[in-house]
Design a binder for this molecule. Structure first.
Ligand code: ADP
Ligand code: MG
Length: 292
């Protein structure tokens, strides 16, 4: 515009006479080229953003792969010594040369070791071979009902109530145990982030070809940086946290072609969205029959 102004009012006819001759045409020409440049910029920018998203996804899956390998290593390193110690303790427990008081200590130790074994096996579910996990058609409503029933008493510790709402037919294809593990982890995190007396809302509904599960809390929330770190092994801001829960969740979601997303605002709360492809029960049955 400055250039056109200069030619029109200052330079007059001395130079650029061709522009002066057809000022409107030239102006239109100029505007059209600007629009084309903007269009090219817009397309390139979109491409770049897509590339960046793709790169972030690759990074994430790389992180998940590393944690899987880490899990397998931990299995061998910790489970074996635990089993040996437990075996000896069980022997001593039956040995009559120990007093009843000592034996009670042994029982306690065995209980604690059982607990440790439980934690490890939970953590190691992702290192297990896939053959052990049967994929079936699961009704999200039933799974959510049993998971929220299980977590009700956990919520009561800080007076947090869980409200469940499932709309429509929400069925997906997944392994039910893994799915429960995923939902327990997410709802537990929501309860742990909530303030005393807060409500945690768990919703499920169909959205186009997907089943969307939303876990909403009004707790401490997270900054953008914190959200980016989610899923990193051992990333935890809790004094007694393991930082493994979400890593397992990311793994499970990816396995069933789902997506997990966090919408969070510091001090206001978090909504965790999990999206799985919808699986029509009748269609799946028909397909299975065809395969037989
Ligand atoms: P852990 O629960 O053992 O700390 P997780 O992997 O489940 O490990 O979670 C990692 C971290 O992510 C938590 O320590 C917490 O800081 C953050 N986080 C997860 N869910 C939420 C939530 N709903 N609200 C606020 N922070 C959360
Ligand atoms: Mg957790």
């Amino acid at each position: 515009m400055v250039l056109f102004g200069y030619i029109l009012f200052v330079n007059r006819e001395y130079q650029y006479s061709f522009i002066n001759q057809d000022i409107i045409g030239n102006l239109l020409n100029f505007l059209a080229s600007q629009i084309i440049v903007y269009f090219i910029f817009y397309l390139t920018n979109g491409r770049m953003k897509q590339q960046q998203l793709y790169y972030e996804q690759i990074q994430q899956s790389e992180r998940i792969k590393t944690s899987g390998q880490l899990a397998a290593a931990v299995a061998h390193e910790i489970r074996n010594p635990l089993t040996v110690v437990k075996g000896f303790l069980q022997l001593h427990e039956k040995d009559n040369s120990f007093s009843a008081d000592r034996k009670r200590h042994f029982t306690l130790m065995i209980d604690e070791l059982n607990m440790a074994e439980e934690v490890i096996s939970q953590f190691l579910t992702m290192a297990k071979p896939d053959q052990e996990k049967i994929t079936e058609i699961v009704d999200i409503k039933i799974v959510l009902q049993s998971v929220t029933d299980l977590l009700h008493s956990y919520g009561h510790l800080h007076d947090n109530r869980i409200e469940l709402k499932v709309i429509g037919d929400c069925t997906i294809s997944a392994n039910i145990i893994e799915l429960k593990q995923l939902l327990i982890n997410i709802i537990k995190n929501a309860i742990e982030a909530s303030n005393y007396g807060d409500l945690v809302i768990v919703k499920a509904e169909r959205e186009k070809g997907f089943v969307v599960i939303k876990v909403i809390d009004h707790g401490r929330g997270m900054s953008e940086e914190e959200v980016k770190s989610l899923g990193t092994p051992f990333y935890s801001l809790k004094s007694k946290g393991t930082g493994l829960g979400l890593m397992i969740c990311f793994n499970i979601v990816e396995k069933y072609n789902g997506r997990i997303e966090f919408k969070s605002l510091k001090d206001h709360g978090t909504t965790t969205l999990v999206r799985f492809p919808y699986c029509d029960r009748a269609k799946a049955k028909y397909k299975r029959n065809l395969q037989k």
